[in-house]
Design a protein around this ligand. Sequence first.
Ligand code: DGT
Ligand code: CA
Ligand code: CA
Length: 576
Amino acid sequence: MDNIRIAEKFNHMAQMLEFKGESQFKTRAYTNAARTIKGLDEELQVLHKEGSIEDIPGIGKILKSKIVEMFETGTFEAYERTMDEIPAGIIEIMNVPGIGPKTARLFYEKLGVQTVDELSRAAREHRIRRLPRMGEKQEDKILRSIARQKEDKDHGRHPYVLAKDIAREITDNLKQSSDIEKVAVAGSLRRKQDTVGDIDLIAISEEPEKAISCFTGMEKVEEILESGTTKAAIIYPGNFHVDLRIVSRDSYGSMLQHFTGSKEHNIHLRKLALSKGYSLNEYGMTDESTGKLTKFSSEDDLYKNLGLEYLSPELREDRGEVEASLRGKLPKLIERKDIKGDFHVHSNWSDGANTMEELAEAAILRGYEYIAITDHSHSTGVANGLSDKRLLEHIDAIDKLNEKYDEIRILSGTECDIKADGKLDYSNDLLEQLDIVVVAVHAGLDQDRKKMTKRIVSALENEHVDIMAHPTGRKFGKRPPYDMDMETVIQAAKDNEKVLEINSSPWRLDLNDINAKRAKEHGVMLAINTDTHTIDHLDNVEFGINMARRAWLEPDDVLNTMSLKQICSRLDIPKE
Ligand code: DGT
Ligand code: CA
Ligand code: CA
């Protein structure tokens, strides 16, 4: 452990003690030591060997013993104990820039706020401004800090689609080795999170060292970070950190489960195991009274032993899945085969690459019953949006095309702009002539929260509107979501019986899992659309399904699992 990390731990300890209301004397000892350590020219490890740690001003016997403890274990006992005493979310609150231990304590004591999410809700509900020394300004500042911190966290993470391709390339490579029996993806990538921090792989091998050198010896490896006897870590092009762990066949299930996570899910499982008298870790389950270790070669067995139904990796986020599994109430998650069509597709009439025919045939190939062609409206000038006149021609062209195909129904649609004032780009008379109206925000994204929310809500109140596309507007690497009140938008969708989109573009994934789950809980239906601009994009539906599964969606929650007949009656579309 290096000086920087040791200093960070001491600073962290000081924060926690201050939160607990311990004496200044105690907290200062830690912050002073941290400052001193940061300023040292030599590593503490070296000073320790020379026996001169205690010569450092401000570091006495007690702190020295903690430093030595950190050399050995990476942490110290008092630190871990204090961590356990404080709700995990509080630590995160103290990490929000501008919020120190005293303020965190105030929020905790007066408002019961224990997580960053709760804090953000309290600010939005204007409960912060009523506290002493707080006001409207502080509330705004807190919300901005939380948003900025979230962006920073996302920074350095990779979109799922890129990580998936890299993982595929590496696993294909490893599978060729005769020393590797099996290789599997774990971590956030297996849970199909929208972004991943690093890639985690697990391999079964009877020759761990050979397996490791096969991994670290791959041609494209840019840097070997670690190369041990059972685990290794490398940097792969694109700044991908990849971890590999080698396991034996008999504990494969335990390892895979552990390194699939999430961390929060694992913590919950460990608590459950403890309540039954077992301790659980990556090697198996140990009977606390006899000390007997049971290993698991499959995840299925592991979950069964805990009295749980098997949990799809997408659900393992500690968002209620363990409780649901205990009650036998897990959702029957949606699958790709449930999808019967797509409601958001662009042709070369606006900014798509393909003709309507090509799109129809690609949809037939995928076994779809319907596809909506939703070209842009005229405000989106850059995307060659359709004028009123061209929209009418678009409708005619689709009518003609429908005469040609028996296998599929082409729905005439639009992706209509919601203008800055909330009005739509086409008149109601025009919208009425379409089978389906998808609306979206494309310009004026920097409106304030109130305006943007109102803008979207007024679009959702239009009787001709069916679906709100990419509701938050985020794009990985390009822009964060625009500022709007999701809760209000979801409620408006509910009140007006509108559908919210899960945009499957791997650069959007919007709604994300959390918002889509919230929408479902409010009784709002979702549509998994691809926003296709070239026929290959139709297969992006896979990424939308990932989000939907992470949001606990079942087929009945998703509009495009309905048959054409059901769609026609729900959307009031003439059958022929
Ligand atoms: P990422 O890489 O940030 O997208 O997220 P994960 O979930 O892949 O996290 P990672 O790579 O740090 O670790 C992989 C899994 O290993 C994680 O999901 C659960 C398990 N794990 C790692 N560290 C801990 C820990 O401190 N406690 C527990 N219970 N599990 C851990
Ligand atoms: Ca990971
Ligand atoms: Ca990792």
